[in-house]
Design a binder for this molecule. Structure first.
Ligand code: MCA
Ligand code: AMP
Length: 495
């Protein structure tokens, strides 16, 4: 019987350590056995979940993988939830994905219990799961849907990006080949596990290769740095904000401590940056501190990774390199012309097996995001001396902060629910640490007043931390277009 490729690969490494943790190492053989048992418990006697959506709120670790693999092996679609999501955000994802049940770690049970009750969803606590005799598991065609990841964009609410098992396999294989993943690799996993960067680039590439993951519930600077000094890792992947924060930390510690950390970084075989632009100055500072030349790459939830600096060869600061194996990429000018030469900017469009299947139950939005079979990323780039450089996004409504993609429209819609707010415009302002920080200009209702801290505390139950405005400007009026609709004020005039 043919198995899902990631499961078949795991059998080749069954005695290797998949997850390293203080509480004990876990081998691939345990992941295989426990995920089969968990799949059986999800099936509850049925033959196949037939692409039913199973959402889960589980921190990085052995349980996360067994739940994800269990869903896949039972024929379900995995919908990972954000650990930092608020109640309304979780409820939206569960409703939009039409999840049939939710799996949680005990520590997160309270976060979803009331929502599950209201929506009539079955709630399973993964810690309480007792394996019984596994039943026969279905054969899963790789063209079937495997995962839905929610991504913000130019629509007010996040959209579900559906990938098939074949898409996921293509996204993994291109990176395993290009970055020469090996079974001897060891990598820390501290990025959120409801996005491609953490799920595919770190976790799935490592597990595909028989390598070892060391999970953290989130980026814990001191713990990670101390393990770096122990030579715990061969590969490291992070967003630019994390490199900026690590530079600040290294520069402010004692020289003897810094030497130990820097030596650990210097010995790694690969350090990667992505999810947002890595300023050339940060790239250069990192090399000056550690001797490591960061490999910057470019990707997107809908396509996995598309462009990468070379594993062997010149890694150029400020550039994202060339298309990865199997990825077809073109630039399209504003006038609709395919750009063939250097120096002319255009929108990045991508085609190939790693490109997603569809936006979940949004066929019109899916159709509009493709042109002649090419996915329109909305990112602008230019080719210079054989390497691509990202120039920015076409839409001002998309903000990248700490590596998270945020929709200005979603934040505006929430802020408009505040009783003091008559009109508002959310923009991203340049920020040395976060890349961009969320800023808002607000016109108040008659007789109302509002201060930053009041607004932030009001937002806390409604928006994840990274979506909450860092800057507030009270405006007398906002600019309007010819149709009378509020438009974005020029950032420079406000913040
Ligand atoms: C947190 N804070 C912020 C932000 N986030 N302030 C401004 N902007 C932000 N974005 C503030 C909090 O309010 C808090 O302030 C303080 O910083 C600490 O918050 P905390 O959440 O603890 O921050 P952190 O743990 O230091 O988190 C920073 C982080 C995290 C580690 C960079 O944001 C992160 O893990 N980002 C990675 C996201 C990611 O993986 N994206 C991939 C998607 P106070 O102390 O005042 O309360 S993109 C993708 O997948 C595509 C395919 C790709 O290309 O990779
Ligand atoms: P997401 O939709 O969360 O997957 O984020 C994908 C977006 O992150 C892309 O569309 C780009 O705007 C941005 N991005 C990813 N990597 C880079 C990079 N190396 N440089 C600049 N922007 C990037």
């Amino acid at each position: 019987m043919s198995e899902l490729p990631i499961i078949a690969r795991a059998r080749q490494h069954s005695e290797a350590v998949a997850i390293r943790a203080v509480v004990g190492d876990r081998r691939y053989s345990e992941l295989l056995a426990r995920s089969a048992a968990f799949a059986s418990s999800l099936l509850r006697g049925d033959d196949d979940l037939n692409e039913g959506r199973v959402a889960y709120l589980v921190p990085a670790g052995f349980d996360y993988v067994l739940v994800q693999w269990g869903i896949w092996r039972a024929g379900g679609v995995a919908v990972p939830l954000s650990l930092s999501a608020t109640g309304p955000e979780l409820e939206y994802t569960l409703t939009d994905s039409q999840a049939q049940c939710v799996v949680v770690s005990k520590a997160y049970g309270d976060k979803v219990a009331a929502i599950c009750k209201r929506l009539g969803l079955r709630l399973t606590i993964v810690d309480d799961f007792e394996p019984t005799d596994p039943q026969a598991l279905p054969t899963i065609d790789t063209q079937r849907r495997a995962m839905i990841l929610y991504t913000s964009g130019t629509t007010s609410k996040p959209k579900g990006v559906v990938t098939t098992h074949a898409n996921i396999q293509a996204q993994i294989e291109t990176l395993v080949e290009a970055w020469q993943w090996q079974s001897t690799d060891r990598i820390p996993l501290f990025l959120p596990l409801h996005h491609v960067h953490g799920i595919i680039n770190v976790m799935s590439c490592a597990l595909w290769s028989g390598a070892t993951i060391e999970p953290f519930p989130h980026f814990e600077m001191d713990a990670v740095l101390s393990r770096v000094a122990d030579d715990a890792y061969t590969v490291f992947m992070a967003v630019p904000t994390i490199y900026v924060k690590m530079i600040q930390a290294l520069e402010s510690m004692s020289e003897s401590n810094r030497e130990k950390m820097v030596a650990g970084f210097g010995r790694m075989r690969l350090m990667v940056s992505g999810s947002a632009a890595l300023p050339a100055s940060v790239h250069q500072q990192w090399t000056a501190l550690t001797g490591q030349k960061l490999l910057e790459r470019y990707g997107m939830t809908e396509i996995g990774m598309a462009l990468s600096n070379p594993y062997r060869g010149d890694r150029r600061p400020g550039m994202v390199g060339q298309p990865l194996p199997g990825v077809q990429l073109r630039l399209k000018s504003d006038e609709g012309k395919v750009i063939t030469g250097e120096g002319e900017p255009g929108e990045i469009q991508v085609r190939g097996p790693s490109v997603f299947n569809e936006y979940w139950h949004r066929p019109e939005v899916t159709a509009a995001s493709f042109e002649e079979g090419w996915f329109r990323t909305g990112d602008m780039a230019v080719l210079e001396n054989g390497y691509y450089r990202i120039m920015g996004r076409q839409s001002v409504d998309i903000i990248k902060s700490g590596g998270y993609k945020l929709s200005a429209l979603e934040i505006e819609a929430t802020l408009l629910e505040h009783p003091a707010v008559r009109e508002c415009a959310v923009v991203g302002v340049a920020d040395d640490t976060w890349g961009e920080a969320v800023a808002v200009a607000i016109v108040l209702n008659e007789g109302e007043s509002l201060e930053m801290e009041m607004l932030r505390s009001w937002c806390r139950d409604r928006l994840s931390t990274y979506k909450i405005p860092k800057h507030l400007h009270i405006a007398d009026a906002l600019p309007r277009n010819a149709m009378g609709k509020v438009t974005k004020p020029a950032v420079a005039t406000l913040f």
